[in-house]
Design a protein around this ligand. Structure first.
Ligand SMILES: [Mg+2]
Length: 428
């Protein structure tokens, strides 16, 4: 909650207007707008969240709000959020999506209404239909948000830069928290030390191996040269090349074993995210699926790891072609263990693991992209899932860079802190 003169006025008005009303689970209704307001991060959206149901569900009118001294932006957003029963629901949602303030509040409103812990124990058909309606509404609003993000006129070269720097920023955000459990920390900006005792802005193996791959592709005029990529990885592991600070401080077991032995790990237990985290540069080439699999298999040769890389590169290419994440996710129909990807919009945070298992990492990263609408929220959500924070961050951050670019103040601040940017630029 943000407390200002205006939000306090909205709080009081909301409290009075909803007095005596209860939601379906018997809780005073006012807790719903309070909860939605708690999700907001600026004064205007807090006010609109508090007032979003006041005109629809109580005897207050827009005129009452105007007389109470709320400004035109607030009145317009509340007006859009008030559903006139004569208007088909999805038309009402589409009208909302033209207004960013109303969209922001409606998304938080829908999420609270879809929170399964608020549902009655035995949902009726009507309850299920309502839930389905809310999911559709969320997709409409999110697809608009993603479309806006996709309207970048950047050249392909700078998209590669956005992708790799997006990945590096999220990697560096996650480094201090690697292995920490969800809800035991809160990442809000670039910080230093923590798990690996590195200064703020230090990126790890995810970025090192990504730029080692990008450098090889650049040196080979866009072609995939497996031996050359492997040699760059060896240069990293043996000579500390491609590092933020001249030191390798984080390396996965399967990656180390495979690079030292020259043979990839292919057993079931070697399905960490070690190839997924470095595969993104391939999306900027016209390489085949077999080549994607071969690049994965430099270290990770199990079918599951290789498939994760192919799915991820395909998603990145589709984003580069202007498709939105909301369009892409429902089409990701895949066999086990990737059989949950298509329904990520319907999964709650408790159903998302963020471990180093490649399937968990891919799900977690795409889930963060589905549930957020800007670079900052997406990468922070990924890191704050806990567990393999830097790699879930990196896998999400690369795609977030493609979708949103790095023009937000948050991304610019992170870029200031990011270490050894010159090396990253040289490699891409
Ligand atoms: Mg790492």
């Amino acid at each position: 909650m943000i407390y200002t003169k205006q939000t306090n006025k909205a709080l009081n008005l909301c409290y009075e207007a909803h007095a005596g009303q209860f939601d379906k689970s018997g809780v005073p209704y006012v807790f719903h707008p309070f909860h939605v307001a708690e999700q907001m991060d600026d004064e205007k959206s807090v006010i609109v969240a508090l007032l979003h149901d006041v005109v629809e569900d109580t005897d207050k009118t827009l005129d009452d709000l105007r007389k109470a001294g709320f400004d035109d932006a607030v009145i317009e957003a509340v007006c859009l959020l008030t559903h006139d029963k004569a208007v088909p629901y999805m038309d009402y949602v589409r009208a909302i999506k033209k207004n960013p303030l109303a969209t922001k509040v409606k998304l938080a409103d829908l999420r609270h209404n879809m929170d399964s812990s608020r549902m009655v124990a035995d949902p009726t058909k009507e309850d299920e239909a309502r839930l389905e309606k809310y999911k559709q509404a969320e997709q409409i609003l999110l697809s608009e948000a993603a479309e806006t993000g996709n309207k970048s006129e950047d050249k392909p070269e700078s998209k590669l830069e956005d992708a790799v720097f997006g990945l590096a920023i999220a990697d560096a955000l996650g480094v201090p928290y690697e292995f920490k459990m969800r809800d035991t920390f809160q990442c809000t900006k670039m910080t230093g030390y923590g798990t690996h005792h590195q200064p703020a802005g230090t990126w790890s193996d995810d970025t090192s191996m990504t730029i080692a791959t990008a450098k090889s592709i650049k040196d080979n005029d866009g072609a995939i040269n497996i031996e050359d990529i492997r040699n760059n990885f060896l240069d990293w592991v043996n000579n500390d090349a491609f590092t933020a600070d001249g030191e390798v401080f984080d390396i996965g077991n399967a990656t180390r074993d495979a690079l030292y032995s020259g043979e990839p790990r292919t057993d079931d237990r070697s399905n960490g995210n070690g190839s997924l985290m470095r595969i993104l540069p391939l999306a900027f080439t016209d390489c085949t699926d077999d080549e994607i699999r071969a690049v994965s298999a430099i270290t990770h040769g199990h079918e599951t790891s290789m498939r994760a890389c192919v799915i991820y590169v395909h998603v990145a290419r589709r984003l580069l072609n202007g498709e939105t994440i909301a369009e892409i996710i429902p089409t990701l129909q895949s066999k086990k263990p990737f059989d949950r990807l298509y329904k990520l919009y319907q999964l709650s945070i408790d159903e998302i693991k963020s471990s180093g298992y490649v399937v968990d990492t891919l799900e977690a990263a795409l889930w963060c992209l589905a549930k957020n609408q800007n670079f900052k929220d997406t990468v922070l959500a990924a890191v704050n899932l806990g567990g393999d924070t830097d790699t879930v961050g990196a896998v999400a951050g690369g795609l977030a860079g493609i979708i949103y670019g790095l023009q937000e103040d948050f991304a610019k601040d992170c870029m200031e802190t990011l270490r050894n940017k010159e090396l990253i630029r040289e490699c891409i």
